[in-house]
Design a protein around this ligand. Structure first.
Ligand code: UDX
Length: 453
C-alpha cells in the first residue's frame, strides 16, 4: 500500500497500516521529512507515533520515499493524504496538492489500482479527482476511486486511527468496498460501525462532523455571552444540557473558543462550498459560527482591558498557554496565541509560557516574549490569562501563584480552574460566562476594574 502525503494524517495512517500488518510506502516531496521518517521519527509530537514508526521502519514493513513512481509501482492501494489548507485568497480549501498528487500518481501507474481519498475536501472533489486519474493514467491502466475520511484528533491520532468510532467507506463499486473492508478487517471484526455510502456523502461526512463540533462550541460560547449578560452560569448550564443524552456534555466547554489545523479551516471551507452550491443561508449559519468563535477571543481581550482599568499599556500580562489545545505543540489558528498577540498590540508586556508549544509559537509570533517556566511568567504580573488548559496549570497551587504576581487577577479562558480555590487564595477570577469571583479584601475601583497601585 502507499500513503501519499506524510503530514499529520498521512504519517499516522502509514504507521497504523504497518501496525495492522501491511507493507507500506509513504511518499512526500519534503526530503527532510522523508529522511526523518526513515529514521523512525515523527516530524511532529504525537503520543505513540514515534514508537510505531521506529518499530515498523525497523522491520522493513514501512519505508518512506520522495519518488511517487516507487509507490505507483509497488502498491495497488494508494491513500491520498495530502493537505488541504485554507486558500490564501479566501475561505475555501486549496485543493492544489490533492489534484497534483492525483495527477502525479496517475502518470506513474503501471498497474490497476484503488485510490482512496482521505484528505479533507469540499463535497464534489472526489468526482474531479476521479476524472484526473482517468485522464492521466496510462492507457490500459484502470483506477477506482474511493473516499474514506479520517476523524483523528491531535494528541490521540494513533488511538483514533486504530480504534475509530466509525468507518466511512465512500465507494461506487463493490470491489472498492471489498478492498477497504480488507484494510479495516481488524476494526470491523471488533464491531466498529461501518457506513458504506457514496463518495459525496463520505466527503461531506468529514467536514460536517467538524462543522458540527465547531457549532457546538460556538453555541455554548453564545450561551456564555447570554450568561454574562444575565448573571447565569454557563458551566452549570452546560452540565444541565449535557445530561440530555440527545445533546451530550462533550464539546460544551465555553471559553476562548476553538482553533487548530482543522475545525476553523473546515468550517470556512464548508461555508464557502455552501455558497458555491447556492445554499446562502447555510453558508451564513457557518459564517456566524466562525464569527462567534473569533468573538470569544476578543471578549477575553475586552475583559483584560476592563480588569486593567481600560488600558493595557505597560501592564505585565502572563499568558498561560500558546497551543490550540493542551497536550499539543500545535499553534495553528490558536486562540491562546491570538489573544496574546491582541493584548501585546494594545501595549501590554506579555510573557507567554507553554510547556510544549513555545518553539512553534515563536516562529509564528516572534514579537511575543516566551519564558521557560510558569513561575517566570507569573512573576510580577498585573493580570494572568489562562488560555490553554495544560494539566500543570490546573494543578497550580493558587496560593503559590498569588505570592508571585503583582496583582492576583486571573481570567480563566477555559473554564477549568477551581473558582473557589482561587478565590480563597486571594484571587479575583473571571471565568467565561460565569459571575466574577473576588476576594472581598482586594481593592477595586467602581465597575470592577482593578485599582492601580
Ligand atoms: C478536530 C476533530 O475533533 C477531529 O475529529 C478532526 O479529525 C480534526 O479536528 P483537533 O483539531 O485535534 O480535532 O481538536 P479537538 O480536540 O477537536 O479540539 C478543537 C478545538 O476546540 C480546540 O481548540 C479545543 O480547545 C476547542 N474546544 C473543544 C473548545 O473550545 N471547547 C470544547 O468543549 C471542546
Amino acid at each position: 500500500m502507499s500513503v501519499i502525503g506524510t503530514g499529520y494524517l498521512g504519517a499516522t495512517h502509514a504507521a497504523c497500516l504497518a501496525e495492522l500488518g501491511f507493507e507500506v510506502v509513504g511518499v512526500d516531496h519534503d526530503h527532510r521529512k522523508v529522511a526523518r521518517l526513515n529514521e523512525g521519527a515523527a516530524p511532529f509530537a504525537e503520543p505513540g507515533l514515534d514508537d510505531l514508526l521506529a518499530r515498523h521502519v525497523g522491520t522493513g514493513r514501512l519505508r518512506f520515499t520522495t519518488e511517487v513512481a516507487d509507490a505507483a509501482m509497488s502498491a495497488d492501494v494508494h491513500f491520498l493524504c495530502v493537505g488541504t489548507p485554507q486558500s490564501a485568497l479566501g475561505r475555501s480549501a486549496d485543493l492544489g496538492a490533492v489534484f497534483a498528487a492525483a495527477r502525479d500518481l496517475a502518470r506513474h501507474l503501471t498497474r490497476d489500482c484503488v485510490v482512496v481519498g482521505k484528505s479533507t475536501v469540499p463535497v464534489g472533489t472526489a468526482e474531479r479527482v476521479a476524472r484526473e486519474l482517468e485522464r492521466f493514467a496510462p492507457p490500459g491502466v484502470e483506477t477506482v476511486l474511493a473516499w474514506n475520511p479520517e476523524f483523528l484528533r491531535e494528541g490521540h491520532a494513533v488511538l483514533d486511527t486504530l480504534h475509530p468510532d466509525r468507518l466511512v467507506l465512500g465507494v461506487d463499486t463493490p470491489d472498492a468496498e471489498l478492498v477497504l473492508r480488507g484494510v479495516y478487517a481488524d476494526a470491523i471484526a471488533r464491531g466498529v460501525p461501518v457506513h458504506v455510502t457514496d463518495l459525496a456523502t463520505a466527503e461531506l461526512a468529514k467536514v460536517a462532523a467538524n462543522a458540527f463540533l465547531a457549532t457546538k462550541i460556538s453555541f455554548i460560547n453564545a450561551m456564555a455571552d447570554i450568561s454574562d449578560r444575565s448573571g447565569a452560569d454557563v458551566v452549570a448550564l452546560a452540565d444541565i444540557l449535557g445530561d440530555d443524552s440527545r445533546i451530550g456534555r462533550r464539546f460544551l466547554d465555553a471559553g476562548v473558543g476553538f482553533g487548530g489545523g482543522c475545525l476553523p479551516k473546515d468550517l470556512r471551507a464548508l461555508s464557502a462550498r455552501a455558497e458555491e452550491l447556492g445554499a446562502a443561508q447555510v453558508s451564513g449559519l457557518l459564517r456566524e459560527v466562525d464569527e462567534i468563535n473569533l468573538r470569544a477571543r476578543s471578549k477575553v481581550v475586552d475583559l483584560a482591558l476592563e480588569l486593567c482599568g481600560g488600558d493595557l499599556g505597560a501592564r505585565r500580562v502572563a499568558v498561560l498557554g500558546a497551543a490550540f489545545k493542551p497536550l499539543s505543540d500545535d499553534v495553528r489558528d490558536s486562540p491562546a496565541l491570538d489573544v496574546a498577540l491582541q493584548v501585546h498590540r494594545r501595549g501590554a508586556e506579555v510573557r507567554v509560557f507553554d510547556p510544549e508549544a513555545a518553539l512553534n509559537a515563536r516562529s509564528v509570533a516572534p514579537e511575543l516574549t516566551y519564558v521557560a517556566s510558569l513561575e517566570h511568567a507569573l512573576r510580577g504580573a498585573d493580570l494572568v490569562l489562562h488560555l490553554t488548559e495544560w494539566p500543570e496549570f490546573l494543578e497550580t497551587d493558587p496560593r503559590w501563584a498569588a505570592g508571585l504576581v503583582a496583582r492576583p487577577v486571573i481570567i480563566d479562558g477555559r473554564n477549568k480552574l477551581d473558582l473557589d480555590g482561587w478565590t480563597r487564595a486571594g484571587w479575583t477570577i473571571q471565568a467565561i460566562g460565569r459571575p466574577r469571583r473576588r476576594d472581598a479584601a482586594r481593592p477595586f475601583t467602581a465597575g470592577g476594574a482593578l485599582a492601580s497601585s
